[in-house]
Structure formats: C-alpha cells, structure tokens
Ligand binder design. Structure first.
Ligand SMILES: *Cc1c(COP(=O)(O)O)cnc(C)c1O
Length: 388
C-alpha cells in the first residue's frame, strides 16, 4: 500500500510546487448572490446559477412537492423503474424551448456527453472539436474511439481546412463545440458552423451549458442570431441557469429514440431525483414568462466589462486572464478579503499560461456591488500588474 500513498504524495507535491493543487472549501450558498465561507458572508461572482433560481421560492416549492410525492431518489435506472412521470413533462418542455422533436434527460451534463457521443460515433468516424470545448465533450470523444482533431478556438478557416483534409476518409463526421465557452464567455459562431457542417455532411453538436436560460430569451446559443440555427444536436445542463441538476439533449425523434436505447450513461445510471426534475420545470416556467429577468445576467456582465474597458460581455461569464497561477490565486485571495468570491481558474481547466479570474454575473447582483468590484479590480489587480 505504501507505493500507492507514495505515488499520491509525489503527485500532490508536484502540483503544490506549481500552485496547481486544488482544495475543496466549505462554502454554503444563500439566497441571492451570497455565500458563507469560514464564518463570513461573501458576494459570489463565481456561481453558475445565473438566474439565482436555485433559491427561488417557486422552484423550491416545486422541488418540495415532488420530494413529498416521489421521495428522494429515482430508485433505479430510468429504463428499469426510475422513469418518474415528471421526466416526460420535463423533456417535453425542453424540446419545446429548443424547437426539436424530442429531448432526453440524463443524470448530469457530464454524463450526457459521455453517453451521447459514443452512441453516435465509433472508430472510422471523425470528430472535430473546438480546442476550448468542455472536458466532458473531449472525454465523450475519446470514449467513442473515433478519430479526433481539435480546431483552433472559433477559427472557421481551420475547421474548413480539417474537413477538407480528413472528411473524405471518414465514415460519419461530428463537429462539437461549446455554444457559450465556459471559461471565456464568448459564443461559438453557431450559424456559420451549421452551414459548414451541412456543406461537408457533418453533424453539429453544441453544448449549451452556459447558454440555456440566459441567451436569446433563454433559448440558448442556437438562437443567438435570431432564428434557430440548424443544430441537430443541442445539448446542455439543468445545473446552471436552470438552478437544478441534470443534463439533456434535444434532437430529432430518431436520434432521441436511439439514445434512449443505447446511451450507456442513461441505461446504467440511476435516473435523476424527481425533485430535481420538478425544480427544473418550475425554473423553465419562470424563464419563459419573464424574458426580461432572463436577460439580466448578460446586462450585469456588460456593466462590469464597460467599467473596466474590457471587450463587451456576450454572456454572463467574463474572464480576466492574469497568466500565471500564483498571481491569479493571490488576486482571488485579495478579492475574498474584500468580501468578493471570485475563484482562480488554473490549468488544466484552461490552457497553460492562461490562468484567470473568471467572473460570473447573476440576475440578483446589485449594480453597486458590481461597480465596487470593478473599481477594486481596476485599482488593485490591473494597475498593480501594469506597474510590475
Ligand atoms: C458544467 C458544464 C458541463 C457539465 O454539466 P453538469 O450538469 O454540471 O455535469 C458540460 N458542459 C459545459 C460546457 C459545462 O460548462
């Protein structure tokens, strides 16, 4: 056993030396944008609950009622006895929002991508992924055994070049991208990608974990240009702006039927707790009836980028790249002392040399708090760096 511990200790020491060790810190989330950590109340600028719906009384009431009716767990895989009636309603609602035939809900967004991609793709097929795609898209790609290449971030010329070189030698081809990039906050050029995919007989899959609920009246990045872009595979999560938990894919009837039958992370994993599904439905009700509320996180992010002369925010996510992990950790610790929680994001979550503060904005952030944070960042993080 000691060789096992030795290995773990050696790896931890290496990570520590590079300021790359991670630790879990107990942080209790409260209503609004507040969290409690170490006995202090902080204003969080790093939650993905963009609409603060996790604490919305209507969402909580829906979850409680489902909890009372169906209990705390689904009890089995959905294909055995875990398919509570509420899942059908949730899937109908998501398909409606995304304008597709049908939808399939998974235990989480990560599980969805691990199930979807290997069901659709196999050795002999080709997958082209934006280099900044979320980890679970890349893991799903690896699991599928298809030949895979990454194209430079949002670089459509590079995507076209890879298709020219590799498409003809492959059977089927899938193009995958985040709709809203999780660590950068920019959007993929979805309509252009849809055109490129069509030209090369490729299938486009967008991961809209950070788009649903907050972009284009809550419909997500496929609708950012107005009309729905032709995206046959719209995947996302219920764990961010929807304020609950779970993953989904919206697609055509045959695709969803195939995934229901074959996706391993659906078949061999327990269904979502019914209360999570009920919470998600209540959240969708709010998003669909209050588009002005759904627009707030992006507006708040834009207030921040304007104050700092940063490129205008396209989503609720604003990165501030400080490059090295130690500087970023120090900046994060400084902001925490000042009452703001802004987590340092380090490799391998982001590429080497691009450690950053990642600010996320939520509907209930107060303008005065955003202004105070911007002022602190300008005077104590950016000016300090410029002086060095
Ligand atoms: C968070 C995230 C996921 C994972 O979703 P979970 O429901 O949290 O497992 C997938 N893709 C992207 C782009 C994400 O940001």
């Amino acid at each position: 056993m000691s060789s096992l511990n030795d290995m773990a200790l050696r790896k931890l020491a290496e990570l520590e030396a590079g300021s790359l060790r991670r630790r879990l810190k107990e942080t209790d989330r409260k209503a609004g944008a507040y969290v409690e950590r170490g006995g202090r109340t902080l204003i969080s600028f790093c939650c993905n609950d963009y609409l603060n719906l996790a604490h919305d009384p209507r969402v909580i009431a829906a979850a409680k009622s489902a909890l009372d009716e169906w209990g705390a767990s689904a009890g089995a895989s959905r294909l055995v006895t875990g398919n509570h009636s509420i899942f059908a309603e949730l899937e109908r609602r998501l398909a409606q929002l995304k304008q597709t035939d049908d939808c399939l809900v998974f235990g989480s967004g990560y599980l969805a991508n691990l199930g979807i991609i290997p069901t659709l793709m196999k050795p002999g097929d080709l997958i082209l992924a934006d280099e900044l795609s979320h980890s679970c898209l890349l893991s799903g790609t690896q699991l599928s055994g298809a030949t895979a290449f990454r194209f430079r971030h949002n670089d459509m010329a590079h995507l076209r070049e890879l298709l020219k070189t590799h498409r003809a030698g492959a059977n089927n081809c899938l193009i995958v991208t985040d709709g809203v990039f999780s660590m950068d906050g920019d959007l993929a050029p979805v309509p252009e990608m849809a055109d490129i995919a069509k030209t090369h007989d490729a299938w486009l899959m967008t991961d809209d974990a950070h788009g649903i609920g907050v972009i284009a009246e809550g419909r997500g990045s496929s609708f950012a240009a107005g009309a729905k872009a032709d995206v046959p595979l719209q995947m996302g999560t219920l764990s961010k702006a929807i304020g609950s938990y779970g993953g989904y894919i919206c697609a055509s009837q045959p695709v969803i039927d195939l995934l229901r039958t074959r996706a391993r992370t659906l078949i061999y994993s327990t269904g979502l707790p019914p209360a999570s599904a009920a919470a998600a439905i209540a959240a969708l009700d709010i998003i669909e009836t209050e588009p002005g509320y759904a627009a707030l996180p992006v507006e708040k992010a834009q207030r921040f980028t304007r104050a700092l002369n940063l490129p205008e925010a396209q989503s609720p996510i604003v990165p501030l790249v400080l490059s090295d992990p130690e500087t970023t950790l120090n900046a994060s610790a400084f902001l925490e002392e000042q009452g703001f929680l802004v987590t340092a994001i380090r490799p391998p979550t982001v590429p080497d040399g691009t450690a950053r503060l990642r600010f996320t904005f939520t509907a209930l952030h107060k303008d005065a708090d955003i202004d105070r944070l911007a002022e602190l960042v300008r005077t104590r993080v950016l000016d300090k760096r410029a002086a060095e």
